[in-house]
Design a protein around this ligand. Structure first.
Ligand code: SF4
Length: 311
């Protein structure tokens, strides 16, 4: 590492971020790939990708901050509940703070000019940089030759000719580079953020309509199972054994968990999202438990599980 130059790479685990990290490492720059995680996505893809190319991944939890912008995005949402512009800006701002605090020389992203017509055109990239307080400090190795000169270039930390002039949506140039860097498992472009999932987005939208101050535990609850909103309660019906166990782990004080006692059927969790009586919770839970039981006996016995003492 000749000059001890340090780069902080926003690393999603997609091919573009892998290549960006490798291009810099190839020039003896000390690269730290960093992945953000939250209630809505994890670092699993980034971890495997980092391992594949021999990096140790840094993971940053930004759940609380991201939850705020999911509820109230300044720049709107995508097709679902995904506030991508605000979210990306938040990631850049956080990366910028880490860069300054820990002495990194610049921030790196795998962005490719024109890959997404609205968010990755020249104007949009520059605007994000400025709003994140990182003007000239973001290096985009795959498209750098097409973009204005960066501060690290002006300082002589990096050379323009090390980088590329990739533009547009085709993945051909990246796949060729992947071959050059001998990446064996090229990741698929699919993202892992459930905010872009239409079914999950619908659930979250409904939750938000009914409970403006929903929290991370509510988000976890609507991630799996069959989800219903009835009156003032949220009900989740497990679809299989694994989800039955999951629901028991997700329960919070005040939730009601119902299980069939004398017959096979699903576990059901009921959570009040507005003021509601225990009777309302029990009625809603029992109705759905029976609706999703194949063979209901004549006198079904349903158990209300007590809240565990160890909680
Ligand atoms: S897809 Fe999800 S993680 Fe990615 S920028 Fe949009 S909201 Fe953020």
């Amino acid at each position: 590492m000749t000059k001890n130059i340090k780069a902080l790479v926003l690393f999603s685990g997609g091919l573009d971020s892998m290549l960006s990290a490798l291009i810099l490492r190839d020039r003896e720059i000390r690269v730290t790939p960093m992945c953000f995680f939250s209630y809505f996505f994890n670092c699993d893809k980034a971890s495997s990708a980092a391992k594949e190319i021999g990096f140790k991944l840094r993971k940053e939890d930004f759940s609380a901050e991201q939850l705020k912008i999911v509820k109230s995005p300044r720049y709107g949402r995508g097709s679902g509940m995904n506030p991508c512009v605000d979210c990306h800006l938040l990631m850049l701002k956080k990366a910028g703070r880490i860069m300054k605090k820990e002495g990194y020389d610049f921030v790196v992203t795998g962005e490719v000019l024109g890959q997404r017509p609205f968010s990755q055109n020249k104007g949009a990239l520059e605007l994000m940089e400025r709003k994140a307080g990182l003007k000239g400090m973001i290096v985009r190795p795959l498209s750098l030759k097409l973009l204005p000169k960066t501060i690290p270039e002006k300082k002589g930390l990096i050379q323009r000719e090390w980088f590329y002039d990739i533009r547009g949506r085709s993945r051909k140039p990246q796949l060729a580079l992947a071959g050059r860097f001998k990446i064996k498992n090229v990741p698929t472009p699919a993202g892992g953020c459930i905010l872009t999932d239409p079914v999950f987005s619908q659930r979250l939208k409904k939750l938000f309509e009914l409970k403006k101050n929903f929290n991370g535990s509510d988000v976890d609850l609507v991630k799996s199972g069959r989800v219903f909103f009835k009156g003032n309660v949220l009900i989740v019906v497990a679809r299989n054994e694994a989800e039955c166990k999951e629901l028991l782990k997700k329960r919070k004080r005040g939730d009601l968990v119902l299980e069939p006692y004398s017959f096979p059927g699903p576990t059901v969790l009921v959570r009040k999202i507005k003021k509601s009586s225990r009777e309302e919770m029990i009625d809603c839970g029992i109705k759905l438990l029976l609706d999703y039981t194949k063979n209901v006996p004549e006198d079904p016995v349903i158990e209300i599980l007590p809240f565990p003492k160890s909680y």
